[in-house]
Design a protein around this ligand. Structure first.
Ligand SMILES: C[S@@+](CC[C@H](N)C(=O)[O-])C[C@H]1O[C@@H](n2cnc3c(N)ncnc32)[C@H](O)[C@@H]1O
Length: 219
């Protein structure tokens, strides 16, 4: 979709274990991966960086990046943008704008209002699973909030010893016009919106958008 050119310098925000960093680096691009999780950075340094001179990993909060005109492309992959509140979204877009070279490109994905599910509760008993290798009960509550439209999922995890963990995940659900306005307000020009970052074409019911936005000059 956006071919990563071999001499490009790429910034992958929230790189996690570095799966995409590796793919970008294999084209010959120089890639910097940033993640808040020390565990992910340790994994990435151990299993992804090995043998690649053109890969760098740093543990840091991407809301604190302070690069100027340094990257040809910045990526934020797997709907991370939707987990940020509006203040954080604005801050991150300003920082990314500054970190890109003139004409640089920001590539990211969001969840759309079409993905909205209804408010619900479900209970399951698991021998082991995503939240624990040991048996647990999972109570999942889904909530929908308005202004801005947001889906909240609360997982209540009850272990065999009765201990309880509550995890809350939020996804801001975007309309196309909101994505476009947000990017325009931050001096990006939307070049393309796809169904996802694989570059599949949009449909009326797209539940995600893969967005390509180019840095524009501040007037
Ligand atoms: C959904 S995962 C996506 C990982 C990777 N982009 C992928 O698609 O495989 C989100 C990642 O963003 C990281 N993350 C979340 N907030 C962050 C922040 N403020 N600064 C840096 N990394 C952050 C998390 O630690 C996690 O590894």
């Amino acid at each position: 979709m956006i071919p990563i050119i071999f001499h490009w310098i790429v910034l992958d925000l929230g790189c996690g274990p570095g799966l995409y960093v590796k793919k970008f680096a294999e084209t010959g691009a120089k890639v910097k991966g940033i993640d808040l999780s020390q565990r992910s950075i340790d994994y990435a340094n151990r299993y992804i960086k090995a043998g690649h001179e053109n890969i760098y990993f740093t543990r840091m909060n991407y809301l604190d990046i302070d690069y100027a005109e340094s990257f040809d492309i910045a990526t934020l992959i797997f709907y991370d943008f939707c987990a940020l509140n509006s203040t954080e979204q604005n801050r991150l877009l300003d920082k990314i704008h500054r970190s890109l070279k003139s004409n640089g490109v920001f590539v990211f994905d969001v969840v759309t209002v079409n993905r909205e599910s209804s408010e619900s509760t479900s209970i399951s008993i698991r021998e082991s699973g995503f939240w624990s290798p040991d048996p647990y009960v999972e109570i999942m509550n889904t909530f929908i909030y308005e202004k801005p439209r947001t889906e909240g999922t609360q997982y209540t995890i009850i272990a065999e010893d009765g201990s309880i963990n509550i995890i809350r995940l939020y996804h801001r659900l975007f309309e196309m016009a909101e994505v476009q306005k947000l990017l325009n307000d931050h001096h990006f020009k939307v070049e393309n919106i796809y169904n996802n970052l694989k570059g599949e074409p949009l449909t009326e019911n797209s539940e995600t958008y893969g967005v390509i936005a180019r840095k524009a000059k501040k007037l």
